[in-house]
Design a protein around this ligand. Structure first.
Ligand SMILES: NC(=O)c1ccc[n+]([C@@H]2O[C@H](COP(=O)([O-])OP(=O)(O)OC[C@H]3O[C@@H](n4cnc5c(N)ncnc54)[C@H](OP(=O)(O)O)[C@@H]3O)[C@@H](O)[C@H]2O)c1
Length: 333
């Protein structure tokens, strides 16, 4: 089979297409023909050796993909040949609390990932994808989708009529916008781009604030809430935006700290914000399955900005790194 692998780290030059042995399922495992994958910021971090978990030399990159089961090993009961599936971001996190040691095992980092024609996974790491989604759409779910779902349904679930602040127009922000709208919340979206503002409105944002035109955008956010501030923040800008996000918070707000990168610092006034900050890492298999039920019930469709053929995977990386995309960047067949 054909597979990309990371022979070297630090640049895109280290990503090479090779012929590899067809994976065989061991006991409890399934082999999946991958029809589509999607990129996440972590795939760039791993490539550039900036991810907290160092990638294994020669690993097949990319955590997120979707496909059909083509072979199963001894004792497999969770999935069958022909099932349409995706793998969970953390293969060992099924339910309950996250344990730090679970982070050591990740597809596309320490285990071969989805940028190949076939992938092998433990049956416990696979979930069935919603029937109305194409493989391309389903490939966007494991990281960005589950991350947004966890941010809005975890510690303090979003309630109808509450206000949610989203940052940017990437994969996580778009899912957060879609899920919050589905829960009956009002979304205020911040973007640096006028052209992306229209798209955010089309997907349900009540108010879009352009951070290029209004650098102190927290004022516009507070104005849009009659001075009260928002109830939830899905913080995807990291330390670059965290002080302004905190300044946008209303009483007893919940801020899901999705990204922790960036150059900003928190001063005493920022720390005086009346908010609970919660650092999150994607989510468990149980969260993935709950999200899939909601997506199926509402026939929700993920937002895909662009699709690249498998042979042009490097162009997909370049496009994604340029941050000109909206929603998800997908690599198909
Ligand atoms: N903790 C976790 O488990 C977890 C899981 C998933 C993602 N993440 C992190 O969450 C972040 C977003 O992920 P993603 O997949 O949605 O990324 P993405 O698709 O690359 O999002 C890029 C968009 O976010 C906005 N943006 C980027 N940098 C920004 C900054 N410094 N300040 C404000 N806006 C910024 C821009 O939107 P506009 O052009 O509209 O301004 C940009 O187009 C990444 O840092 C990623 O590593 C963490």
């Amino acid at each position: 089979m054909r597979a990309y692998q990371l022979d070297r780290f630090e640049s895109l030059d280290g990503l090479v297409l090779r012929d590899r042995e067809m994976p065989q399922p061991g006991p409890g495992e399934a082999v999946v023909r991958i029809h589509a994958r999607s990129l996440n910021y972590r795939d760039l971090l791993i490539m550039h050796r900036r991810y907290p978990v160092p990638g294994t030399a020669g690993v097949v990159p990319v955590s997120d993909g979707a496909g059909e089961v083509v072979a199963v090993g001894e004792g497999v009961t969770r999935v069958a040949v022909g099932d349409r599936v995706a793998a969970t971001y953390f293969p060992r996190w099924r339910d309950g609390r996250f344990a730090v040691e679970m982070a050591a095992e990740q597809f596309g980092c320490t285990r071969d990932g989805m940028l190949a024609e076939f992938a092998v996974a433990d049956q416990e790491a696979l979930v069935t994808i919603p029937a109305h989604l194409s493989y391309e759409e389903a490939s966007t779910l494991p990281c960005a989708g589950v991350m947004a779902w966890s941010a809005l349904t975890g510690l303090r679930p979003v309630l109808p009529s509450e206000t949610v602040l989203t940052i940017g127009s990437g994969g996580v922000a778009l899912f957060a916008l879609q899920f919050a709208t589905l829960f009956g919340a009002r979304v205020i979206a911040v973007t640096s781009s006028e052209s992306k503002a229209e798209l955010l409105k089309r997907h349900g944002a009540s108010v879009v604030v352009n951070s290029s035109r209004s650098p102190d955008w927290e004022r516009a956010v507070r104005d849009a809430t009659d001075g009260r501030g928002v109830d939830h923040v899905v913080e995807t800008g990291g330390l670059d935006t965290l002080p302004r996000s905190l300044a946008s918070c209303g009483a007893d707000a919940h801020l899901a700290l999705v990204a922790a990168l960036g150059a900003g610092t928190l001063d005493a006034p920022a720390l005086g914000a009346p908010a609970t900050i919660r650092r999150l890492y994607v989510g468990s298999r149980a969260s993935f399955e709950a999200m899939n039920r909601a997506i199926a019930h509402h026939t929700l469709r993920p937002v895909i900005g662009s699709v690249f053929p498998f042979d042009e995977a490097k162009d997909a990386y370049t496009h994604f790194a340029a941050k000109q995309h909206v929603g998800k960047v997908v690599i198909g067949t």
